[in-house]
Design a binder for this molecule. Structure first.
Ligand code: ZN
Ligand code: ZN
Length: 426
């Protein structure tokens, strides 16, 4: 999608950028008719024109790290050649520069002309990372975190998920991946697609050019080596590591995810009820798989993770079987997180991880009961009951839950726009 010729004045209503999750590349085709409900509250102006909120689908690397995705998101909106940063590129052994976007999706994006953002799954932490990079200067002194007016997340793994270990990430030695695992198989698919990328359609674009993995860049021998042990997937610069609890801990220790005072934050948290699927059927295949996955996640042995995640650190007793650990991961009280919250999930991400970065209290937040007028700099957390990771996005079903969700987001964004207009007047 290419948008051209926008004036430098603030658009009204302010556009919404949608950032998709892991493997997400379907865009508006899959997301469907949500715009009708997002704009349910748009009234005609004095001339009788109805001005709907513009949607910008971002196209970032579907298996790339949060850092790489955030850089691609920035340059797609502003135009220009993707610069992953000299230091980052050296550290992770890929090219500093990626593809060039000759046309900006949003010319003049700035603190005075900000954007709304919505991220599903990994899209949520991608926006948090983008805001962190805006704040810490990767994009130059003109870029500021105020360029993100609002951040709405759906089923976002801000603090990691245990599912990544079930899929193949080594719980005791991340980012290593078990060779014979779903994650290991997926890694090989990624390398085959990257190798063939010059001749594949855009829907299979992995944004891997900075890694020089295509048949134009590497020999067949090098390709086979990567299939056996992937330098990309088994690095700290890829999606699998970024959703480990260890990586989330490191981000929080670095201050990443601290709310920006003038940004509005809302997370929609999906949680599945305990009821097992009654009977298998093709139409409910997604729900069936999500419920099975949810059950498996609840039995995950948190004590197998090393280093022990921050949210499990308790009263200083050593748990059995954990070497050199002064911490208490699985018995007794959890620091800041009740055990029920620890095991509740949406089939992909635990509930506590979907809430917001940091523990409640460390991050200013309100849960469930959202005030009529939300303040900026505070996470407003809303729960979607009996919902799974795919209930809202990316596939449009026209369900009552999806319709209610998009109307709610429409109200929320309109409320922020109005608050901003009032502030401008005063
Ligand atoms: Zn990178
Ligand atoms: Zn909270």
């Amino acid at each position: 999608m290419v948008e051209v010729g926008y004036p430098s004045a603030v658009d009204s209503p302010i556009p919404l950028v949608i950032v998709q999750g892991f493997l997400g590349a379907g865009g508006s085709f899959l997301w469907g008719a949500f715009e009708d409900y997002l704009n349910h509250n748009v009234a005609p102006d004095a001339d009788g024109n109805i001005c709907r909120r513009r949607i910008i689908f971002a196209n970032v690397g579907p298996v790339s790290s949060l850092h790489d995705r955030a850089c691609e998101l920035y340059y797609e909106l502003t135009g220009g050649t993707v610069d992953y940063g000299e230091e980052h590129a050296k550290l992770y052994g890929h090219q500093r520069f990626g593809r060039t976007y000759p046309t900006a999706l949003y010319p003049g994006w700035s603190a005075n002309k900000p954007l709304h953002f919505l991220g599903h799954s990994m899209g949520g932490p991608t926006i948090v990372k983008l805001q962190h990079l805006l704040k810490t200067g990767l994009f130059g002194s003109a870029a500021t975190p105020d360029m993100i007016l609002s951040l709405t997340s759906v089923s976002a793994p801000f603090r990691g998920t245990q599912l990544v270990y079930a899929l193949g990430e080594r719980a005791d030695a991340a980012p290593a991946v078990r060779t014979f695992s779903i994650g290991g198989a997926l890694t090989r698919v990624v390398h085959v697609l990257s190798y063939l990328s010059p001749i594949l359609p855009p829907a299979l674009d992995l944004h891997s050019e900075s890694r020089h993995l295509s048949f134009r860049d590497v020999s067949i021998t090098a390709f086979w080596k990567q299939l056996w042990k992937s330098d990309w997937a088994e690095s700290r610069d890829a999606t699998p590591f970024d959703v480990t609890f260890q990586a989330a801990d490191e981000r929080e220790a670095n201050g990443e995810g601290e709310p920006n005072p003038s940004t509005y934050y809302r997370s929609y948290v999906a949680r599945l009820m305990d009821a097992p699927p009654q009977r298998f059927s093709i139409p409910s295949l997604t729900g069936y798989v999500m419920t099975l996955s949810s059950t498996a996640m609840k039995s995950f042995k948190f004590q197998s993770i090393y280093p022990i995640p921050h949210f499990l650190r308790g009263n200083g007793e050593s748990p059995p079987g954990i070497p050199n650990s002064p911490l208490l991961p699985i018995h007794g009280p959890f620091l800041g997180i009740p055990s029920k919250t620890l095991i509740e999930n949406d089939g992909v991400v635990p509930v506590f991880s979907q809430d917001h970065p940091f523990e409640c209290g460390a991050a200013p937040c309100t849960h469930s009961i959202c005030p009529a007028r939300q303040k900026s700099g505070i996470w407003s957390v809303k729960y979607l009951e009996n919902a799974n990771h795919l209930s809202i996005a990316p596939i449009w079903r026209g369900s009552a839950m999806q319709i209610a969700f998009w109307k709610d987001v429409g109200n929320w964004l309109q409320d922020i726009d109005h608050t901003r207009e009032e502030d401008d007047v005063n």
